[in-house]
Design a protein around this ligand. Structure first.
Ligand SMILES: Nc1nc2c(ncn2[C@@H]2O[C@H](COP(=O)(O)OP(=O)(O)O)[C@@H](OP(=O)(O)OP(=O)(O)O)[C@H]2O)c(=O)[nH]1
Ligand SMILES: [Mn+2]
Length: 179
């Protein structure tokens, strides 16, 4: 049986689109940023068959605090503590140096809850699918290659979470000679 999206889910989608409305991805066609967060939620719903609505909503909001003026308090007020807690788990601390943030993504991946790990796996899958076909503006080939290497280190600490997503990520790592 097909069910309609809930009004909470629609409110969440609208909020993500609103918050990211002026942002573009770094790919040459400058795709609207919101396409990425919709992709991450869609990967979870369609490819990983996740029915946990809080996970699908947190996927839509996974970059909203990191990359817009939204706060955790805003997310909590709009969608409650469960969704907000998941968003918190997948949000980088932008006040840290970039190298430290990258190191922490690897180190913290293993400590993340299984539901947040799903979002992180889908996030990396979408970013890597994009990198297979695009070089972000201003990136060298070397920087692109290093992103694949770094993403594999993050994914290695997220394993045992969802066989389907991990298989799709491994196909990409194999294609790049990393596995
Ligand atoms: N592949 C790709 N990535 C893009 C694009 N536009 C923006 N990004 C973002 O760029 C990040 C990777 O760039 P870096 O230079 O390594 O990191 P930074 O943006 O955090 O400084 C990814 O974040 P991340 O930390 O890996 O994950 P997240 O921020 O998405 O959670 C990704 O979301 C694009 O067109 N293609
Ligand atoms: Mn992301």
């Amino acid at each position: 049986m097909t069910t309609s999206p809930s009004s909470r889910f629609m409110k969440c989608l609208q909020y993500a689109a609103h918050q990211h409305r002026d942002q573009r991805r770094k790919d040459p066609p400058q795709t609207p940023y919101v396409n990425h967060v919709i992709n991450v939620s869609t990967i979870l719903a369609v490819e990983a068959c996740i029915e946990d609505e809080a996970v699908l909503m947190a996927a839509l909001l996974h970059d909203v605090v990191e990359d817009t003026d939204a706060t955790f308090a805003d997310v909590e007020q709009l969608l409650g503590g469960d969704v907000c807690g998941l968003v918190r788990e997948v949000t980088d601390d932008k006040s840290l140096e970039k190298q430290e943030r990258k190191r922490l993504q690897i180190a913290n991946a293993a400590k993340t809850s299984p539901r947040a790990k799903l979002i992180k796996l889908a996030d990396k899958l979408d970013n890597l699918r994009d990198l297979l076909v695009n070089t972000p503006q201003g990136w060298t080939e070397e920087r692109r290659e290093l992103y694949f290497v770094w993403a594999k280190q993050v994914v290695d600490n997220l394993r045992g979470t969802n066989a389907n997503l991990e298989h799709k990520l491994d196909e990409i790592f194999r294609q790049r000679g990393l596995l």
